[in-house]
Design a protein around this ligand. Structure first.
Ligand code: DGJ
Length: 732
């Protein structure tokens, strides 16, 4: 049954639709696949609202045709290529055996299937059964080179989401080089969009940035070998007056963790093109006769109700249909991590009292961070040697893990599987495993180097070492870290003409390694990390259901970081810890309650030495842990509503509502305190206007409509960085 995708044979129009969205394409002259519409659902298409034909100066027309009104340079398209006189940003660039980049893609065929095919070796959104989505494959072919581009579109029945990717097949007789292969393109006519992107830096990730689009090309991307702290692989196109709860918001998230490019071009006619894919920087993929190249996937959504709904669409899809871990629906354990408590200066005897205190405070897991292996006392050595450091654990790691378990806590362990130190046995035995260009000295970063993970032999070595630990020590959780970006890109096993594949092969290697752990150790909860949130993307979600959001654990800095993160990623994916004050990263002094309130936005943990806390703070941890256990089902898995953006004001506020609208948790944070301050209110959202809600702290009852329409007066607190949390439950 083709109820989600239809093809109008007569007018040659494809229509993908569910109850919320429509996506329309048509086959135009010259078998050109043209874009017609993406947005709110329309019931049908009467073949009237076509793109007008106009004779455009200096534009290419169809070969062999005298029709000057068919303008290749302005027609909205689904996938444009180099060499076809469409001078806007192309989706694909090839290098043919004759050295030319000619590529003219013509529509050839289509198929519609129930369900969604898996993307080989790549993370992707998936279906539970074939009834919940349909996939359209449109075959575009270059008649001369016989190169085929299969454009894949999956539309979900119950999520306003379309997943797109491209499978390139070389059906010709010669090898060709793919110099660019975007995962998707979409063209908009007569839209004066603004972009919302998430740039940042280490310890300062994912700040919402909103910009007008002017004529020209704007590229938001990463060339760092990782999706990066610097530019998250996401973009929203919004109207000028779109806010959290009203207006059009188109969201695009790349399900990929390596180099990416998000290109937005506003052309000479004020039309907007968006291309998303692997960054073409240092990308050059040799496609031999008969070979295929699968691009990563983009998930795209549309909301007519502003940004908040766009985010909820992403949250649901990523949580329900990208994350695979068995922990995806389980409340996440409250942990204590020894990194900011001890850094490298620890041993079993020093850690045991932290474990003892964690138990007393109700914490559920102890995570042993960096420094437990090789002979690592600082960050200059031992990466690649995944054997216990006997000086710190004279009785073995298993002995310590048993101690943790006997206290009733789970045990987690840190690894950095993608790295190698010069000072390591791995380097001594396999110097060629270190990624470097022959004859050149590789650049250090944090005194460490990258493993050449494109090679299976290297991955096998690391996997075997890690498995020895996992099979001999009772481990419940892994923190998978990556503390530098890639340089000296070169894959030892590849011939010179294939070195342009190295960046992508590196990421495919990381995915292969991660996949082995997710499949072979399904009971281990894996947390992703890359110096905080340097690889916080939808691709990683496929392997790691939670990710350390930032190395910046200051509650006030975290407000903007977490706000930005929440644009795309569900809160259960975001880990957030209470740390010491003054904060180790920026020296800010914040109240303990506010540190707890902000950390409770995500999966709560503690990143401090529990043995060195005042009695008062210990008591606070105990209360926070108890309170969090009572709300975490809602806060981790409920629907998020952003109420006040700290980037644009002196306050932050957000809330989470249970799916049945019976329970809600609201958090409000004041940044600076002012004398004789204005009175402000926070209007809630997402409640049932007809229900009555009890504030569990005061026992006061409010109507859902009152809370949403009249709003709560914010407290007047003459203290910087003050906060307040409310927990509401519906009453009869
Ligand atoms: C970076 C992480 O984000 C930190 O939490 C910690 O694990 C360090 N790496 C350890 O090197």
């Amino acid at each position: 049954m083709r109820d989600l995708i239809t093809f109008d044979e007569e007018n040659k129009v494809f229509h993908l639709h569910n109850k919320d969205i429509s996506y329309l394409m048509s086959i135009e002259d010259g078998k050109t696949l043209s874009h017609l519409y993406f947005g709110k659902r329309v019931n049908g298409y009467h073949n009237q609202l076509r793109y007008p034909r106009v004779d455009r100066g200096f534009s290419g027309n169809l070969p062999g045709s005298l029709d000057r009104t068919f303008s290749r340079d302005s027609l909205p398209k689904e996938y444009s290529t180099s060499g076809e006189m469409d001078y806007r940003t192309p989706s694909a660039i090839v290098r043919n055996p004759d050295g030319s980049n000619a590529l003219f893609l013509k529509y050839q065929d289509y198929s519609i299937a129930n369900g969604k095919p898996d993307l080989k070796n790549l993370p992707h959104s998936w279906v539970k059964d074939d009834n919940e989505a349909q996939t359209l494959t449109i075959k575009l072919v270059d008649e001369v080179s016989k190169l085929e581009f299969d454009l894949l579109y999956t539309i979900y029945r119950d999520y306003p989401i379309i997943a797109r990717s491209v499978l390139v097949k070389n059906n010709g007789d010669d090898s060709i080089y793919l110099e660019k292969a975007s995962s998707m393109q979409v063209d908009f006519v007569d839209r004066d969009f603004e972009t919302i992107t998430l740039p940042g830096a280490h310890a300062n990730e994912r700040h919402m940035q909103r910009q007008r689009i002017n004529q020209g090309v704007h590229v938001y991307g990463s060339r760092r070998g990782a999706s990066s702290h610097q530019m998250n692989p996401f973009i929203a196109l919004v109207d000028k007056d779109t806010d959290e709860f009203q207006g059009d918001a188109y969201g695009f998230a790349f399900v990929y963790s390596g180099n990416h490019a998000i290109e937005v071009e506003k052309d000479q006619f004020n039309q907007t093109r968006l291309n998303i894919g692997i960054n073409d920087y240092n990308f050059n993929w040799k496609l031999e006769k008969g070979a295929e190249f699968q691009t990563p996937e983009v998930i795209m959504t549309y909301s007519s109700k502003g940004l908040n709904k766009m985010s909820q669409n992403f949250h649901k899809l990523i949580h329900d249909r990208i994350i695979r871990s068995k922990y995806k629906d389980q409340v996440r354990p409250i942990l204590v991590n020894n990194w900011e408590a001890t850094y490298f200066d620890f041993n079993e005897e020093k850690l045991k009292p932290i474990v003892d205190d964690a138990k007393k405070l109700g914490i559920e897991m102890f995570v042993l961070d960096d420094g437990w292996f090789g002979h690592r006392d600082d960050d200059n050595s031992s990466l690649g040697d995944w054997k216990v450091f006997k000086k710190k654990f004279p009785n073995g790691l298993g002995h310590f893990a048993d101690y943790v378990h006997k206290q009733g806590l789970k045990f987690g362990l840190w690894f950095e599987p993608e790295m190698i130190s010069y000072d390591s046995d791995l380097y001594k035995n396999h110097p060629d495993y270190l990624m470097h260009v022959p004859g050149r000295k590789p650049s250090p970063s944090r005194n460490q180097y990258i493993l050449d993970l494109g090679r299976k032999e290297v991955r096998d070595n690391i996997y075997d070492q890690m498995v020895k630990i996992l099979d001999s020590v009772d481990i419940d959780y892994i923190k998978w870290d990556m503390n530098r970006h890639i340089s000296d890109v070169f894959e030892h096993d590849l011939p010179s003409e294939r070195q342009g594949e190295s960046y992508h092969r590196y990421i495919l290697g990381v995915y292969d390694l991660m996949n082995r752990f997710t499949i072979n150790y399904p009971n281990i909860l894996i947390e992703g990390c890359s110096g905080g949130g340097g690889r916080f993307d939808a691709g990683m979600a496929y392997y790691t259901p939670q990710i350390w959001a930032s190395d910046n654990s200051d509650a006030i800095a975290r407000l903007t970081i977490q706000y930005g993160t929440s644009l795309v990623y569900p809160q259960s994916m975001m880990t957030s810890h209470v740390s010491v004050s003054p904060n180790e990263q920026n020296g800010r002094i914040t109240p303990f309650d506010t540190r707890g309130a902000v950390a409770m936005w995500g999966d709560l943990g503690y990143e401090l030495d529990l043995t060195k806390m005042s009695e008062e703070d210990s008591q606070k941890v105990k209360e926070q842990v108890k309170d969090y256990k009572a709300i975490r089902q809602v806060t981790q898995y409920g629907d998020l509503y952003r109420l006040k953006n700290p980037k644009y004001g002196n306050q932050a506020a957000w809330m989470v509502v249970s799916p049945n609208q019976d329970e809600a948790v609201v958090t409000w944070v004041q940044i600076l305190s002012y004398a004789q301050n204005y009175l402000t209110k926070t209007k809630l959202a997402g409640l049932d206007p007809k229900k009555h809600y009890k504030d569990l702290a005061t026992g006061e009852i409010y109507g859902g409509d009152e809370l949403m329409e009249m709003g709560i007066y914010d407290p007047v607190i003459h203290k910087d960085f003050a906060s307040k949390m409310y927990h509401f439950k519906a009453v009869d």
